[in-house]
Design a protein. Structure first.
Length: 190
């Protein structure tokens, strides 16, 4: 088993202390031969307010909301038009100031809630990106270790092959030596 300091020096070319916290974490996981992947969806539970903000943002950005909103606005205008036509009076005359007030209040409440949900989503995305970095770095370092092991095995095999060839050449020389000397003498005397 390797130590994180050795992994940092060998694979990253930097002392362990010079690494950032995430890279140190990866080096420790590699040294301990531990998995680094985890399910981020299971980590950290959302508060009731965060879940409500997510639900409001999800509904506020849906076609259902747009359809209901359009129906409500059309109904408001139609009801006021019908009241003006049938009774001559309405509860919200033409520039629809009361409707504008309600729309402004809705926007004033809905906008910060949607921003809270977006901030929470961007925090989740940031955590996911950091986790992806750690996983990718560990995979890259593991691949580098595999390459080192393969190179070591190949070098060892080459050394063994060269040693075997030297032995074979020595055996061939010892076997062929007297024969070659005898043949060489016969050719010289003839």
């Amino acid at each position: 088993m390797r130590h994180p300091e050795e992994i940092a020096a060998t694979l990253l070319g930097v002392p362990f202390g010079a690494l950032d916290a995430r890279t140190q974490k990866v080096a420790r996981h590699m040294a301990g031969r531990k998995h680094i992947t985890r399910n981020l969806a299971l980590e950290g539970t959302a508060t009731r307010g965060q879940r409500a903000a997510d639900a409001v943002a999800s509904f506020g950005g849906s076609w259902t909301f747009i359809a209901l909103f359009t129906i409500t606005l059309a109904g408001w205008v139609a009801l006021n038009g019908w009241l003006v036509h049938s009774r001559g009076q309405t509860f919200d005359p033409y520039p629809y100031i009361l409707l504008n007030l309600f729309l402004s209040m809705l926007a004033a409440i809905q906008a910060p809630i949607i921003l809270m949900s977006q901030n929470r989503q961007s925090q989740k995305d940031r955590l996911s990106a950091e986790h992806d970095y750690e996983v990718n770095l560990k995979a890259e370092l593991e691949i580098m270790l595999l390459h080192d092991k393969l190179d070591g095995l190949r070098e060892k095999q080459w050394q063994e092959l060269l040693a075997m060839q030297k032995e074979q050449l020595a055996l061939l020389a010892s076997l062929a030596g007297p024969t070659l000397l005898t043949e060489g003498r016969q050719q010289t005397s003839a």
